[in-house]
Design a protein around this ligand. Structure first.
Ligand code: NAD
Length: 461
């Protein structure tokens, strides 16, 4: 469904599409395992047959390099579909659980059932992955879905609106394009689940809209993900992996390391290694590297440039507003009260702050909102155990950044203000399913003790 000309007015087709999807769910077509499998295969076909159009759209919206676009969007989604197709049957099967003696003879199980018609609202930074990965889970679980891609990645949004109807079952799936007014018009409807990816402020809007109908929500939000570097760590590896995780997509990744807390004894060595790695990965003038993306729009460019005011820049710092480019930039020891250390950066600036040791780093982390991700570089098992025990985060990666995303068996989601609910692999399937409790009792035997009339002797049994 294409965007209405006036973005302030929701597309008049929204309610029609919504009613049609609800009808399709009621008539039961999406429950059919064959339908789910066929839709996932169609989505795979869409991605394979339109690879160059997708790469072009990602280039237009974010200047993403082909390799990055492939690994973090197309390739990622294809792997997700493959994993889902492989396990779909077992995820959808009833899940037996034991039955206590008091309920014998009988058997008990969980029966996954689709929720109904769900709304998926995506963010701009991985404009396909953030809409299509939850969509894969929603389809696998047998739901109808409306996808609302971010208007801030307009080429990707338009491409989804064009391709989805060509490949997918239009009775059960719709794309609605538009900005916040369209999003709010959608949120005013009654959904069976809302899956939202984006910032905290809008997360609250989504949650209060959902509250009106007691609709369950998954909120995939953000925050400042810390990266702790212990003195007992492989600094060269730490620097290489921090540079990869931080500057992919120009730092516009919800799980990018937001700031580094490094033990003072290795701080200088780390900064030198980070500078070297930036050069190794992006060349002598990274701002011109074809592998390095750009800032999504002028207002984010200005926000990020302002964060650099009066900072001690020890790497990068070059900006080019005409191309919306900011070089990979490292800032040393900014004040904890600065905007740089108060806001989620969501861009290519990396503050590096020195601490005495990992105990002090943990003290700093726990005084702040719970992050989406936490990274720790250490070779010391006791330090690892202690950081894991003292801190809370949606996901943790020890001695790397972001790699937990490569494991479909690990759930992905935030904690506290970084979000609620989870997905990826079976966790996504379960998010879009109701696990119905079923107990089947035999009629062959009927112990009458639980029935009235009650008498005190029954309590002793
Ligand atoms: P965004 O501006 O693209 O907004 C996200 C969605 O919300 C869009 O579809 C938009 O149309 C809609 N929206 C915007 N304002 C609205 C309003 N007032 N009412 C209703 N809907 C509205 O994305 P963003 O919020 O700038 O995204 C960046 C944030 O998302 C960061 O905090 C980042 O960490 C987080 N994020 C989280 C994940 C994750 O998986 N946890 C992934 C990507 C981004």
């Amino acid at each position: 469904m294409t965007k209405s000309n006036d973005d302030r007015l929701p597309d008049p087709g929204i309610e029609n599409a919504y009613s049609q999807l609800n009808r399709a769910f009621r008539n039961g077509k999406t429950r059919d395992p064959g339908w789910r499998k066929q839709q996932l295969q169609q989505l795979e076909k869409l991605l394979r047959e339109n690879e160059s159009a997708i790469l072009e759209a990602l280039k237009a919206d974010l200047g993403k390099s082909e390799t990055e676009a492939w690994t973090s969007e197309i390739g990622y989604l294809l792997a997700d579909i493959k994993h889902t197709l492989r396990h779909l049957q077992s995820w959808a099967e009833l899940r037996p659980v034991s039955t206590p003696i008091a309920a014998q003879p009988g058997r008990s199980y969980l029966l996954p059932e689709p929720l109904g018609t769900v709304l998926i609202i995506g963010a701009w930074n991985y404009p396909l992955q953030l809409v299509l990965a939850p969509f894969i889970a929603a389809l696998a679980a047998g739901n109808c879905a409306v996808l609302k891609p971010s208007e801030m990645a307009p080429a990707c949004s338009a491409l989804l609106a064009e391709l989805i109807p060509q490949y997918m079952d239009e009775q059960a799936v719709a794309v609605v394009e538009g900005g916040k007014e369209v999003s709010q018009a959608l949120l005013a409807l009654k959904w069976d689940h809302i899956f939202y990816t984006g910032g905290e402020v809008v997360g609250k809007i989504v949650m209060s809209a959902a509250a009106q109908y007691l609709t369950p929500v998954t909120l995939e939000l953000g925050g400042k993900s810390p990266c702790l570097v212990d003195e007992q760590s492989d600094i060269a590896i730490a620097a290489r992996r921090i540079v990869w995780g931080k500057w992919m997509n120009c730092g516009q990744t919800c799980i990018a390391p937001d700031y580094v807390l490094v033990a003072s004894s290795v701080a200088d060595e780390l900064v030198v290694a980070l500078r070297q790695e930036i050069e190794n990965q992006y060349g002598k003038t990274p701002i011109n590297s074809i592998d390095y993306g750009r800032i999504v729009n002028a207002s984010h460019f200005q926000r990020l440039s302002k964060l650099l005011d009066e900072m001690q820049i020890v790497a990068g710092g070059e900006t080019d507003e005409t191309r919306l480019k900011i070089a990979p930039t490292i800032v040393l020891n900014p004040s904890y009260d600065s905007d740089l250390m108060q806001q989620e950066i969501f861009g290519p600036i990396l503050p590096v702050l020195t601490v005495e040791d990992m105990a002090e780093a943990c003290d700093i982390v726990v005084t702040r909102p719970k992050p989406l991700a936490l990274y720790l570089f250490t070779q010391n098992d006791k330090t690892e155990a202690s950081v894991l025990a003292k801190t809370s985060a949606g996901s943790v990666c020890v001695n790397d950044t972001m790699m937990f995303m490569a494991n479909q068996k690990l759930p992905f989601g935030g904690v506290g203000t970084s979000g609620m609910g989870r997905y990826h692999g079976q966790y996504g399937f379960d998010t879009f399913s109701h696990l119905k409790s079923v107990m089947h009792r035999s009629t062959k035997m009927d112990v009458k003790v639980r029935y009235a009339p009650y008498s005190s002797w029954k309590l002793w049994l």
